[in-house]
Design a protein around this ligand. Structure first.
Ligand SMILES: NC(=O)c1ccc[n+]([C@@H]2O[C@H](COP(=O)([O-])OP(=O)(O)OC[C@H]3O[C@@H](n4cnc5c(N)ncnc54)[C@H](OP(=O)(O)O)[C@@H]3O)[C@@H](O)[C@H]2O)c1
Length: 247
């Protein structure tokens, strides 16, 4: 696989879970990596050390991406510090699961603002930088739930479906400028997000997955790094890494 030495990458929500593995694998390929997180600084510090151990530059930026000015500010900080941004991985995301009968306006807004509003804001802010460079690789983390729907996840499904539609549209608009925009759609993946799910439901979930197991965050990260390093002629696509749960 191609070397990413000299490239600057940002991974939102890169302090733990899938984002941490994406950040580490990008660093292992030689990219300088900035991670973003919302509140859990100890996780960010730990990931920062692991990135630095790969011999590349590392940065951790605390910003609540559900607030557009903070999302834009995070992109500006990395650009001011390192002078370019080659790879943007929009990975930060949350769930607030409730059936439609119980879902509140706050549950809707929090999830849409965090999962979808942040993708719009970071992409909008990075656009001029990538246009000037005539190079950019944007990878948005969606979910099979955005393709198939899922009980109790109307807000999350809408945010993830929105990411897919947004990805295709932005890809069309920037394709001529050597900027690719793609989405990775994980299935159920073993992180704290999944750990919130009660054990009996986890067992039901596994029975729905043709491969009979949850995904590992490293497996999602490998697809992201492939797009970043090798995906020069891939744009506007959604790549499913889901054990067959949605085909
Ligand atoms: N796990 C799955 O089964 C699964 C399946 C399909 C898709 N996905 C998607 O994959 C992505 C990563 O999921 P994960 O399971 O790794 O999640 P996770 O373990 O819960 O980690 C979430 C990360 O996002 C950050 N974050 C959350 N809200 C934020 C905000 N408002 N501003 C900035 N950062 C914020 C967190 O920072 P703090 O720690 O500081 O809060 C953390 O770094 C998400 O987009 C998720 O929807 C996950």
């Amino acid at each position: 696989m191609k070397d990413l030495t000299g490239k600057v990458a940002i991974v939102t929500g890169g302090s733990r879970g899938i984002g941490r593995h994406i950040a580490l694998q990008l660093a292992q390929r030689g990219a300088d990596v900035a991670i973003n997180y919302r509140s859990r600084q100890s996780d960010a510090d730990e990931t920062l050390k692991e990135i630095e151990a790969e011999g590349v530059r590392a940065l951790a930026i605390k910003a609540d991406l559900s607030k557009m000015p903070e999302a834009r500010g995070m992109i500006k900080k990395v650009h001011e510090k390192w002078g370019r941004i080659d790879i943007l991985v929009n990975n930060a995301g949350i769930t607030k699961d409730k059936s439609m009968k119980k879902l509140t306006d706050d549950d809707w807004n929090d999830v849409l603002d965090t999962n979808l509003g942040s993708v719009y804001a970071t992409c909008s802010e990075v656009l001029n930088i990538m246009l000037e460079q005539k190079y950019g690789r944007i990878i948005n983390i969606t979910s099979f739930v955005g393709q198939a729907g899922n009980f109790g996840q109307a807000n999350y499904a809408a945010s993830k479906g929105g990411i897919i539609a947004f990805t295709k549209t932005m890809a069309l608009e920037v394709a001529k400028h050597n900027i690719t925009v793609n989405a990775i759609a994980p299935g159920f993946t073993e992180t704290e997000m999944l750990a919130q799910v009660p054990e009996n439901i986890r067992e039901q979930i596994i029975s729905r997955v043709p491969m009979g197991r949850f995904g590992q965050p490293e497996e999602i990260a490998r697809a992201v790094v492939f797009l970043a390093a090798e995906g020069d002629y891939i744009t506007g696509q959604q790549i499913n890494v889901n054990g067959g749960v949605y085909m």
